[in-house]
Design a protein around this ligand. Structure first.
Ligand SMILES: Nc1ncnc2c1ncn2[C@@H]1O[C@H](COP(=O)(O)OP(=O)(O)O)[C@@H](O)[C@H]1O
Ligand SMILES: [Mg+2]
Length: 363
């Protein structure tokens, strides 16, 4: 995957801007609140038509304007391609790939392999379970677009079951929903199980390289019921777990079992990272996870993903920064930082200075 060009108009604080990227390391630098992260956000839109900031779409439209447009030119899966996304308030986003409008947003999944690392990514380790589930869902959808459909199907059933639970249902009525929930949920669990089996050894390897051999990172899938290698048995196991909690669910009016309650866990040398790791160790876990996600995405799609790094060097110490730069050597990276200096200046191929919503220098 190579991104050659990005252009935006009325996107965030940019009236118009156009950037031509080189292979290797592209550096976007400038003072705070000038628009650096906004440019990464524009690129990231082509992964799933969503911002990485948890916001409504219309916040991306430049203040007092009617629509934001973002365009890209890129090479992926053996051909030159182009993308266009138009965001207008109260309307569905218009998304075109190769000039052709997509009928469903989900058709975009997998077309633009890309991995993001920002200081916020630490929340995958330290934050609420929802953050980790969002990571799992977006990471799997990026190379298994069918996962997204399975997730939607599950959430539909889950919502209907929740509505029923609010009414204080009869046991039999609930069991009918549990059968459906178990069928849809078991599919998700199979995807997630396979994802963690592939991801975990790569995470451990990245972590060994960054932290040294005497710390072992494990990234574990913690589902809400026992796992099985077979889909049919998984349906049964999930159904049994749901039925066991039936009384409690009716009593609490809440759906207590299923993939919407799944978790992931990080352990360093066998100890739960959330409880025992230092801030530095948690950053290393998050960085290992993100680099592993990139490696896995490449394994699964055959495309080297574009790497977006938002303000990470202020966060990482010298050794980790050095490892990161050497790991990324040869890959296409877009990085934001405040100063054009040090290892970033030495390794950078192209530089863009951003000032108040304009690219004022590009070299
Ligand atoms: N919809 C919008 N219209 C105009 N300006 C915006 C909009 N959304 C954010 N901004 C401005 O963008 C700037 C922040 O940009 P950002 O990319 O986060 O900065 P940084 O260079 O620090 O990464 C702020 O000045 C903010 O007011
Ligand atoms: Mg920023």
């Amino acid at each position: 995957m190579k991104l050659s060009r990005l252009s935006v108009s009325d996107f965030r604080n940019f009236e118009t801007a156009e950037l031509e990227f080189s292979e290797g390391l592209n550096v976007i630098y400038g003072k705070n609140a000038q628009g650096k992260t906004n440019l990464l956000e524009a690129v990231w839109l082509f992964t799933a038509a969503k911002s990485f900031r948890a916001v409504g779409d219309s916040e991306m439209i430049r203040f007092e304007k009617d629509a934001a447009t973002v365009k890209t030119e890129f090479f992926a899966f053996g051909r030159e391609n182009s993308g266009e996304i138009i965001i207008s308030p109260g309307k569905r986003k218009l998304i075109k790939i190769g000039g052709v409008p997509l009928e469903k947003t989900s058709e975009l999944l997998g077309q633009f392999p890309c991995v993001l690392f920002s200081p916020d990514e630490l929340h995958i380790v330290t934050g609420a379970p929802e953050v980790r589930r969002r990571f799992i869902d977006s990471a799997i959808s990026a190379f298994r677009p069918a996962y997204y459909g399975a997730l939607r199907a599950y959430l539909r059933v889950w919502k209907q079951k929740n509505a029923l639970l609010k009414t204080g249902p009869e046991k039999e009525a609930l069991s009918v929903w549990n059968v459906q929930l178990a069928n849809e949920g078991a599919r998700l669990m199979q995807y997630r199980k396979a994802f963690f089996e592939a991801l975990s050894p790569i995470c451990a390897e990245m972590h060994r390289e960054i932290a040294g051999k005497n710390e072992e990172l494990e990234v574990l899938y913690v589902p809400s019921c026992p796992l099985s290698p077979s889909l049919e048995e998984q349906k049964t196991l999930l159904y049994e777990a749901l039925e066991k909690k039936r009384e409690a669910e009716i009593y609490q009016g809440l759906s207590l079992i299923g993939p919407h309650r799944d978790e992931m866990k990080f352990t360093v040398s066998g100890k739960d990272a959330r409880a025992f790791a230092s801030q530095g160790q948690m950053k290393t876990c998050a960085l290992s996870l993100k680099l592993a996600q990139g490696v896995l995405l490449e394994e699964k799609t055959g495309e080297e993903p574009l790497i977006l790094l938002d303000d990470v060097f202020g966060e990482l110490d010298g050794d980790r920064s050095q490892f990161l730069l050497s790991h990324l050597a040869g890959k296409q990276v877009i990085l934001t930082c405040t100063e054009k200096e040090g290892p970033v200046e030495r390794a950078g191929k192209r530089f863009f200075e951003v000032k108040d919503g304009s690219i004022c220098i590009s070299t």
